[in-house]
Ligand binder design. Structure first.
Ligand code: TYM
Length: 334
């Protein structure tokens, strides 16, 4: 790898991604990839913490691999791989588990939210989810992690674990920093703008999926919840309009002030259509490209194969160091 800092991020193939994932994560991956040794993962092991249909999970893994590439991730330049193809992730999780306290995990917001949502399946994996995420990051000596605001708490735990391990066993891991988009680190639901936009929302009108065609996108924005006064401005008390302005400015690369000015005196109806069109203009070519890539499974398999080989090479260096530090006798090979 070139002499650049390491950037790592991952996305779960747990459904069709939304424009929240795009603005909070994918878009920034493309912007940053050439300035770093960039490593991107399809976090398939993480998805198993909630019930998955195995056939759908396999399909979603290819969908996400294709989407990464359609969004501008260059698999020759960056490393793109499936988490389950590199066993070090699960192996380092075991070691990090031994320096993690249950109280740290049970107070994670995502664990609490998901426990309420999946009451019939509160499993150990769900609780241990952030330790697997810490392993993903720390295995690559990562310095920068582009993520949405909802993953901030997990990154803080990652930093705590790295520092704790380094203090106990000597310098082993780099302590990573987060990277958050100025606009779009937290895209909200179109129906309940006080909640985060989520691909697992039961109400399909609440999110724009990266698979929605332009007509669907505009129709969903037309239905977006707003309020009864008619000013198009960002305001604490106007969560719906604030969310739409944020989405518009992120997709058009305009500032919020520029967007507010553009829509001064305009009605909500016209505004919502314009937001929908601005989003569709960006999403539609990506959707078409992704669908084209999906026709070529052999190509996607070859990307994942080479990605796993390259990732494994880097990851094993860290894992071997960790095993040695904690006192495990090195395995003699050959
Ligand atoms: P996941 O798959 O839920 O989401 C992928 C990325 O999208 C961001 N995101 C959002 N950003 C803005 N607005 C939203 N409404 C929104 N919804 C989601 C997420 O913050 C994330 O960056 N645990 C991670 C996946 C992961 C990971 C990692 C990330 C596994 N290992 C290591 C970074 C580093 C997750 O569930 O993301």
């Amino acid at each position: 790898m070139e002499d650049k800092k390491v950037l790592f991020s991952a996305i779960q193939p747990s459904g069709i991604l939304t424009i929240g994932n795009y603005l909070g994560a994918l878009r920034n991956f493309k912007k940053l990839q050439s300035d770093y040794n960039s490593i991107f993962s399809v976090a398939d092991l993480h998805t198993l913490t909630v019930k998955q249909d195995p056939a759908v999970l396999r399909k979603n893994t290819y969908e996400l691999t294709a989407l990464y590439i359609a969004c501008g991730i260059n698999p020759d330049e960056s490393i793109l791989f499936a988490q389950s193809h590199v066993p070090c992730h699960a192996e380092l999780t075991w070691i990090l588990n031994t320096v993690t306290y249950p109280g740290e995990l049970s107070r994670m917001t995502q664990f609490k939210d998901k426990s309420l949502k999946h009451e019939d399946n509160i499993n150990m994996g769900l609780m241990d989810y952030p330790v697997l995420m810490a392993s993903d990051i720390l295995l690559y000596q990562t310095e920068l992690v582009p993520i949405g605001a909802d993953q901030k708490q997990h990154l803080e735990l990652t930093r705590d674990l790295a520092i704790r391990f380094n203090n106990r066993f000597g310098e082993t891991f780099k302590v990573p920093e987060g990277y958050f988009a100025k606009n779009g680190a937290r895209v909200m639901s179109l129906c309940e703008p006080e909640r985060k936009m989520s691909k697992s929302d039961a109400n399909e009108n609440a999110f724009i999926s990266m698979n929605d065609d332009p007509a669907t996108i505009v129709r969903k924005f037309k239905r977006a919840v707003t309020d009864s006064d008619n000013r198009i401005v960002c305001d604490e008390n106007k969560k719906g309009i604030t969310n739409l302005l944020t989405i518009y400015s992120a997709f058009t690369d305009k500032t919020i002030e520029e967007a507010e000015k553009e829509f001064e005196g305009k009605g909500y109806g016209e505004f919502k259509v314009r937001v929908g069109e601005a989003v569709a203009d960006v999403i539609e070519p990506i959707r078409q490209e992704k669908n084209k890539l999906l026709q070529s499974k052999d190509y996607l398999d070859s990307v994942l194969k080479s990605g796993a080989e390259r990732a494994q090479y880097v990851a094993y260096k860290t894992l071997n160091k960790v095993y040695k530090k904690v006192g495990l006798v090195p395995r003699i090979r050959g």
